[in-house]
Design a protein around this ligand. Structure first.
Ligand SMILES: Nc1ncnc2c1ncn2[C@@H]1O[C@H](COP(=O)(O)OP(=O)(O)OP(=O)(O)O)[C@@H](O)[C@H]1O
Ligand SMILES: [Mg+2]
Length: 263
């Protein structure tokens, strides 16, 4: 099943007094990779939680294939995979094996099938040697990989990835980029919150910049090759952006090259 997701005029407050989101609207098509960027505390995580139905908007509505998300809950949850920014919010089982197996047990798969799937995803992510460990004792990067495995194991059609590259080594970052490209080619819907500009430029089809709880702008990646624009939004320009500007290189060509280098 393929899913389009849209948000209409979302408002949200945690305490009933301060607005964290102020009238956010956006559109994500199936097979599209959308990244939400913006300065620390601008509301990226909150927006992803609302889009995934983990928080309810104070005003406004989220739609999946034009149907209100609230009317599809809770059955829609099996199609959604949400990678939390802080893996400690995600992990609660006594062992890594149980953590990865959890969703499959909920779906009622037999233990033989579960063992096969858990070992397969653990091999892919280099987690085989930690399967018996307690998740809360792992390093931050290992925890993030376990959280990722616990989602990928049930093959969701909609992926929410909150700061997926934070605290991860090079090979896991490359794995995540390949995973996103593969998800896109299968028509999955991918929504990401990220501070990582180089990563975003490589994988995004569309970038929403969120400032103070409102969408400040919508961009194609090539349009964010601009130091002044980035600084204006409170985002950190990376050296690739500065080099492209300084040498007046063709932005589309550079983008094509850096995308190809990673695939
Ligand atoms: N559970 C909560 N209760 C009250 N306020 C919260 C809660 N979670 C987040 N906030 C506040 O809401 C605002 C937006 O937080 P959010 O985590 O969505 O931002 P963010 O853009 O994801 O930040 P970061 O870049 O640091 O991940 C912040 O001011 C934050 O302090
Ligand atoms: Mg966040």
């Amino acid at each position: 099943m393929k899913w389009s997701i849209s948000a209409r005029n979302l408002w949200f407050s945690y305490d009933g007094r301060t607005w964290v989101l102020r009238g956010v609207s956006l559109e994500v098509k199936p097979g599209e990779v959308v990244v939400v960027m913006g300065p620390t505390g601008c509301g990226k995580t909150t927006l992803l939680l609302l889009l995934a139905g983990l928080l309810k908007p104070s005003k406004g509505e989220v739609y999946y294939n034009s149907k209100p998300l609230q009317s599809l809950l809770p059955s829609i949850k099996r199609y959604i995979g949400f990678l939390f920014q802080d893996p400690d919010d995600q992990l609660f089982n006594p062992s890594v094996y149980d953590e990865i197996a959890f969703s499959l047990r909920t779906l009622g798969l037999g233990e033989d099938k579960i063992r096969e799937r858990v070992h397969s995803i653990a091999r892919t992510l280099g987690l085989t040697s930690v399967l018996k460990r307690q998740p809360y004792r792992l390093s931050v990067g290992e925890k993030k990989k376990v959280a990722l495995a616990s989602i990928l194991v049930y093959d969701p059609s909609i992926l929410f990835l909150d700061e997926p590259t934070a605290n991860l080594d090079y090979s896991t970052t490359v794995f995540i980029e390949k995973l996103i490209v593969e998800a896109k080619s299968k028509g999955k819907t991918v929504i990401i919150a990220s501070h990582d500009l180089d990563f975003t430029l490589r994988i995004a089809d569309k970038i929403y910049v969120l400032v103070n709880g409102s969408i400040a702008s919508e961009h194609k990646p090539v349009e964010l090759f601009s130091k002044s624009k980035l600084v204006g939004y409170g985002l950190k320009p990376t050296s690739i952006v500065e080099v492209v500007e300084e040498l007046r290189l063709d932005k589309s060509m550079v983008l094509e090259i850096i995308r190809r280098l990673k695939q």
